[in-house]
Design a protein around this ligand. Structure first.
Ligand code: FAD
Length: 472
């Protein structure tokens, strides 16, 4: 667990003293200053990284976040902002002994306006809770992902999380209208806005969307939430080849375009692993090398159902789709989504898993899975691919019984070189965090990395915010 952090050289930061702890207790109250049972805050979701933080702080307001950061900046104490700790690149846990700044208490939905569709929410609100609140007034949060029951909206914004609806609503750079962020110095940067249109100079909010807690701590944001669709249909279909997958994707865009809200791919190994691990899952079809989950969301149930059935029928007639099921029943829709959501968890349930989240041109999307399977041979137990086909985003996974250095060397940096040659992205949606920082240059131009460093220096001159992450 610790081997990848063992050789990290601790930065030149101050060491926490009893006086510091007393100061924070005075500021927040004893209940919100934790010095014991910190295991859950120190270990990342994938259990690959264990930090050694001795202190977790739980502020209850922006002013408290500001006071904490001002103090830490003056004292040169390093800090890691933490949301739901579901990140998959080791960004949310300490690497050495950084103080964990948990946003969990900033969890309120402040307003949801059913007329404008604009919601204002604190950063520590759990995504699922936010969505439930939006649904009470007929809106929906334009972001959905498997970790929704524990990830925070502030964590989502800080990682520019993608998820399963990007094909319909775009990513958070479009949906987030405004951000409030606290800088390392303790200054509060109010970039809140309730309008789609606001071309008043540099669009600074974007710096905090996807910067993984290295430039500031997001405390609040406003988001444009679309009206919930009255009719949701899901198709789960089996296909014989990746070529058929591509043809079916084009057909979905052409024939379902205006109601298409998700287009996911699962290969048979990924599906079978989930089915083996979680007996409560039921796949409506089986025996195909590829599966696609296609969702439509519209306003007229009969019309949408007719369209999706026609789409499947035509695909079957052309021999591109082999079998499939369509449902608009909310319970069954959820059951099918559950299969997709459990796929990533199935792969880590009883194994160690090397996970890659890459953007690749659609025509070359799946080749890397076969290439990697051959490279790893019998060393790996499962090599599979699934992901957000509609966004050209593949999740390549290589599982083995436990961390295996031989596989590691066969997979990395090969997977990054391969992706770079195709001008893809080595991190489509999970971010760079700690695990990928040495590979940033495969997807970012050196001049751009130089300016990223300058920006970091400008906004966080003592580099106290999330050190050892994103930039090496
Ligand atoms: P954390 O893990 O706590 O933090 C992530 C990063 O953001 C860290 O660098 C942290 O320092 C920083 N951070 C957190 N909160 C703040 C804040 N308020 N201010 C500043 N920095 C902050 N990701 C996707 O993009 N798409 C998916 O489909 C997807 N599916 C997933 C499915 C599963 C089962 C799991 C476990 C994860 C999945 N993820 C996915 C990854 C993860 O859930 C997302 O990255 C999520 O956005 C992280 O949110 P969090 O609150 O857990 O953040």
């Amino acid at each position: 667990l610790t081997e990848i952090t063992d050789n990290v050289q601790r930065g030149n930061y101050a060491t926490l003293t009893d006086k510091d702890v007393a100061h924070f207790e005075q500021l927040l109250g004893k209940n919100f200053v934790l010095t014991e049972d910190l295991e859950g805050y120190n270990i990342c979701f994938l259990k690959r990284i264990r930090g050694n933080s001795k202190l977790v702080l739980k502020p209850g307001s922006t002013a408290e976040v500001a006071a904490i950061l001002k103090y830490c900046n003056e004292r040169r104490l390093a800090v890691v902002p933490q949301g739901g700790n579901t990140g998959l690149v080791g960004g949310s846990v300490p690497i050495c002994d950084e103080i964990v700044l948990s946003l969990a208490r900033l969890n309120k939905v402040l307003s949801v306006d059913e007329v404008t569709g604009i919601a204002v929410v604190e950063a520590g609100c759990i995504l699922e809770n936010f969505d439930q609140r939006a649904r009470e007034v007929g809106l929906t949060v334009p972001l959905d992902l498997g970790a929704k029951a524990s990830c925070h909206i502030g964590g989502n914004v800080s990682t520019n999380a993608g998820g399963v609806r990007v094909v319909r609503y775009g990513n958070l750079h479009g949906s987030v209208l405004g951000v409030e962020a606290v800088l390392a110095t303790g200054q509060v940067l109010d970039l809140m806005s309730n309008f789609k249109k606001d071309n008043t100079g540099y669009h600074m909010k974007h710096l905090f969307i996807g910067s993984e807690g290295t430039l500031g701590v997001v405390t609040k944001l406003s988001m444009l939430c679309p009206h919930s669709s009255r009719a949701v249909n899901v198709a789960f279909i089996g296909l014989n080849s990746f070529d058929d997958v591509l043809k079916t994707f084009v057909s979905a865009k052409r024939n379902l375009g205006e109601i298409l809200s998700s287009c996911e791919l699962i290969d048979e190994r990924a599906l079978n692993t989930a089915l083996q691990q979680f007996k409560f899952l039921n796949s409506p079809i089986s025996g195909f090398p590829f599966y696609m989950l296609i969702e439509t969301s519209g306003s007229n149930g009969d019309h949408d159902e007719e369209k999706i059935n026609q789409f499947i029928g035509d695909g079957m007639e052309r021999g591109e789709i082999q079998d499939g099921t369509v449902t608009g029943d909310p319970g069954k829709v959820q059951e099918i989504w559950k299969i997709r959501e459990m796929v990533p968890l199935g792969l880590i349930e009883k194994s160690f898993c090397f996970k890659y989240d890459i953007s690749l041109p659609l025509r070359d999307f799946y080749n890397i899975v076969d290439v990697m399977r051959e490279r790893c041979g019998p060393l790996a137990t499962v090599v599979c691919g699934y992901g957000h086909l509609g966004d050209s985003n593949l999740h390549l996974n290589v599982s083995c019984e436990e961390f295996n250095d031989e596989i590691y060397k066969r997979v990395e940096p090969f997977v990054y070189e391969y992706t770079s040659k195709l001008k893809g992205s080595i991190s489509a949606e999970h971010g760079i965090g700690f695990l990928k920082k040495d590979y940033l240059h495969y997807s970012k131009d050196p001049v751009a990395i130089g300016y990223m460093r300058e920006m970091k220096k400008l906004l966080d001159p003592n580099s106290i915010l999330n050190p050892y992450k994103v930039l090496n």
